[in-house]
Design a protein around this ligand. Structure first.
Ligand SMILES: [Zn+2]
Ligand SMILES: [Zn+2]
Length: 131
């Protein structure tokens, strides 16, 4: 994934982005996923354009990455890390269903989906899957 650093975005602008995102979702499913209703990118993930620096150009990012970065202030620039979906729904942008963790853990989560229950994951930023 492309690095995403939202620290230069003004707080009110982050709130605006998050509200705009929320307005593009409906809440669905047993875990309360916020499911994106607008068109998605070729990789199956919702995407949108945001401006990182006032007066600068906009860039396109996956919406779930924007939600995590703008909500928590986490800078998404670590190699071999990804924003994982605990709920395994690519269209979900609910911040509590997202976590920034090593890609290898995200890959392990596929086993949980296949088996229908979470095997547990190592690391404080790697909570159990929502299944
Ligand atoms: Zn979800
Ligand atoms: Zn799991």
């Amino acid at each position: 994934m492309a690095p995403l650093d939202t620290t230069a975005i003004q707080e009110e602008r982050k709130v605006y982005y998050l509200q705009k995102i929320l307005n593009s979702t409906v809440q669905q499913g047993p875990h309360g996923c916020r499911v994106w209703q607008n068109p998605v990118g070729g990789n199956g993930y919702p995407r949108m354009r945001i401006t990182l620096v006032a007066g600068g150009g906009s860039s396109q990012y996956s919406v779930h990455q924007v939600v995590l970065a703008c909500s928590t202030g986490t800078v998404l620039d670590r190699p071999f890390f990804e924003v994982s979906h605990l709920c395994h729904n690519k269209l979900c942008v609910e911040v509590t269903h997202l976590t920034y963790e090593p890609k290898v853990v995200n890959v392990q989560r596929r086993n949980c989906v296949a088996e229908g229950h979470c095997f547990g994951h190592q690391g404080q930023d790697s909570p159990d899957c929502l299944l």
